[in-house]
Structures are given as C-alpha cells and as structure tokens.
Design a protein around this ligand. Structure first.
Ligand SMILES: *[C@@H]1O[C@H](CO)[C@@H](O)[C@H](O)[C@H]1NC(C)=O
Length: 291
C-alpha cells in the first residue's frame, strides 16, 4: 500500500512499480505492437523520435489502464491477482485520484506537440470514458468499438511522433485504417483465455455470447486477413508464405484447441501474427521485404 510520509526513494520506487504493474499485460498487446507499427509505417526518423513516441504511448497506456482497473477489481482478482488493486499496493480511492491525474498529464504532454496530438489524446480519453464509465464494455459490440477506436488513436499519435513530419500521408492513413478493420474483426482473440473472469464480472464477450461461432469466426478472419494483407502490401513470396502459414496456424489453434492454458498460448502467438501484420507496411516505405 502506498503511504504518504515514508522515505522518498522507496516511495518513488513504489510509484514506478505500481505504474508498471498497471500496464504490465499490455506491453505485448499495445506498447510493443503500436511502437513497431509506427516505426514501420511512419517510417522511424530518429532515435529521438522513437523515445518520444514510446513515452507518449506509455503514458497514454497508463491512462487507459488505470481507468480500466480502478473499477474491475473482481475480474482482476480472479484472472490477475498481482495487479495493483487486487494485490493491495494501491487502494480504490488512490486509483481514482491517479485516474484523473493521468488525464491531466496526458493532455499537457500532448499539448507540447500541438493541436493534432491534443485531439488524439481527447479521443482516447473519450473512448476510455465510454468503455469504463459509459458502460460500453458490457456489450461485445461496444467493447469492440472502443478497443478499435483506442487502438487507432494509439497508432495515430505514435505514427505522428515517429516520422519526420507530423502530417500523415496516404500509406500511413491506409495502414492505420486497415489496422483498425483488422482489430475490429479479430479482437475476440484476447477474450478466450478470460472467459471465466469475464463471466464472473457479468461481461458478455463474443466468446461467452457465441462460443462456437466466435471460434469459427476467428479461424476465418485470421486466415482471410493473412491472405488479404499479404496481397495488399505485396511483400516477397517467402515473407508472404510465412505470414499466411502463421495465420493459418493461429486460426486453427483457436478453432481446434479449446482450454484456458492453450488459449493463453494461442493469444501470445496471435500477438506475434498481429505484429507481423503491422510490420508489412514497411515494404511500401523501404521495399526490403522483397524475398
Ligand atoms: C490497457 O489499455 C489498453 C488500451 O486502451 C486496453 O486495450 C487494455 O485492455 C488495457 N488493459 C488493462 C489491463 O487495463
């Protein structure tokens, strides 16, 4: 538990530890994939741009995650007992104060860049609000919509900061649009391992609502996207084949093997596939995926 008058060094360490725990499950699902996508798509201009972009993603991830976890203690206690709230490192009223501080910090952070990034921050704040306080996370469609809006906002902000110019061209815009559509049709992949906790907290995710259909849908959509993106970004034959084979493997895992432990691993492999899908636009920039 954070206390108010201890040794300042340990306090700072505790704050950092808590902040890292809040964002822990999403390094692999948001920070790393979005940074990789933005590097490939913008494309990356300098190390300084990389640092600024990653810092921007992380602080906004913290905003989303503190908001999300400040209210979902039950689900977390079942699925992830080490998180800051269920483990008692921070209490609910502290989390809610932190939730509003992150809003202020993110707006100030983006205002050091300009109106375009402030707009992206406000879009993320609005999506997060809709998701957590507006009740959108209670329905499968609302949840999906917010996730896509959130992910696209992360990509917009990160791509703007990663490249030489903040104005996005047609390649970046198309890549972000395709990414949004891809996420919209595959995001249920993350819900399969969480079915028990979600059911306990009354959430109706796609896998809970339609157990069979959601598996079949995941199979088809991952394979269709693998073929579609391989065609659209036209990398070389070897890259294209490996990407499609990985997609078929991920789709089949979800469809054929249905147990929590296996779903966790499938979700991990799904994320590798997702990163590959998000790196393909680099071919339109630098042309080095020709083999
Ligand atoms: C963290 O925030 C991201 C972005 O909104 C979201 O996709 C993810 O589900 C959140 N995770 C947690 C654990 O709050």
């Amino acid at each position: 538990m954070l206390s108010f008058f201890p040794n300042p060094i340990t306090t700072v360490q505790q704050y950092i530890h808590v902040a890292i725990l809040f964002t822990w499950t999403d390094y692999k699902t948001i920070l790393f994939p979005v940074a990789t996508f933005a590097c490939a798509t913008a494309p990356l201009y300098s190390v300084f741009n990389l640092l600024q972009s990653v810092a921007w993603i992380w602080i906004h991830l913290l905003l989303c995650n503190v908001s999300n976890q400040a209210r979902s203690k039950e689900e977390d206690a079942v699925n992830r007992p080490w998180r800051p709230l269920p483990s008692g490192r921070i209490n609910q009223s502290q989390a809610i104060i932190l939730r509003y501080w992150t809003v202020v910090i993110c707006v100030l952070w983006s205002s050091s860049y300009g109106l375009d990034l402030i707009a992206v921050t406000i879009a993320l704040i609005a999506t997060t609000w809709l998701y957590d306080e507006g009740g959108a996370s209670k329905t499968a469609l609302g949840k999906n919509f917010c996730n896509v809006a959130g992910y696209v906002s992360f990509e917009l902000g990160a791509t703007k900061l990663m490249g030489a110019a903040r104005q996005l061209d047609i390649v970046s815009t198309t890549a972000i649009f395709l990414s949004g559509a891809l996420i919209f049709t595959t995001i249920q992949a993350q819900d399969f391992p969480d079915v028990d906790g979600d059911a306990a907290s009354g959430r109706v995710t796609f896998p809970i609502y339609a157990p069979e259909l959601s598996r079949a849908f995941t199979l088809c959509s991952v394979i269709a996207w693998s073929i579609g993106l391989g065609w659209y970004w036209h990398p070389g034959p070897m890259i294209k084949s490996v990407f499609i084979i990985l997609g078929v493997y991920v789709g089949c895992r979800y469809y054929l093997w249905r147990a929590v432990e296996i779903d966790k691993k499938s979700y991990f492999i799904f994320n590798i596939w997702l990163i590959c899908a998000h790196v393909l636009p680099v071919h339109a920039r630098l042309g080095f995926l020709y083999f």
